[in-house]
Design a protein around this ligand. Sequence first.
Ligand code: SF4
Length: 285
Amino acid sequence: MLTILYRGPLASCDYSCGYCPFAKRRDDPGRLRADRAALERFTGWVAAQDEPISVLFTPWGEGMVRSWYRRAVVELSHLPHVGRVAIQTNLSFRPDHLADADLSRLALWATYHPSQVTHERFLGKCRTLASAGVRYSVGVVGLPEHLQAARRLRADLPGHVYLWVNASEGLVYTDASAAPWQEIDPLFHYSRDPHPNLGLPCRTGSSVITVDGDGTVRRCHFLPTTLGNLYDGSFRDALRPRLCPATRCDCHIGYVHLEPTGLYDVFAGGILERIPARLHGDRPG
Ligand code: SF4
């Protein structure tokens, strides 16, 4: 199975979170056209392959407010060789856009931004997705000002839905300040501190790659070295087991592939959409 993280030129978002560099950024029409063309080229490439592939879309901005991302996830979900297609989203799109998807393959990595959307509105989206049978995880950035909102969301979410917490970049968590987040997300300890990854085996560059809008292939979003191009097939010769050359990896979309973390077991069946195989604490369903 080849796992691909795709990130095209899109860099605009309909939200304006204080902690995000893409807040309320606008893409001009030319950039939007380029993003759409790049995405359609990528989905066409995936459709033409005959090997098992899984895809996670990790746009800088919000993709699901664009028709071409909605179409891409629905179309890829119907391809028999696509094991999973997932996308990171703020859930501002209408859930009925997924009505035509094959829900056995599609999943969402949803992020709750309490300063941008009310509890009721976000929870309503979550409940609609749950009753439609859509697989998704929900998460929040572990900032002190998000704590009450995260607790409230955890209390009201369907019990089977995992709520993850991302450690906020630059924030140092003491045992005391981490404890309430650990209570909300029993897996928060994986996010709390950057992983000691230097020299350790990571599946990126072997069974996991990152692709940009031009088809440039890198092993992950965090390392600049190019492995080749997707569209001319030149990346394939570069795929092999590799060690991580970086001193830190602090983003789940990276360190989930770092072998010593054991996270492929923790998230078995839901690695791309961040859904653990088993919810710790046996929450009621
Ligand atoms: S551990 Fe992180 S930075 Fe290192 S190769 Fe893997 S994904 Fe990239």
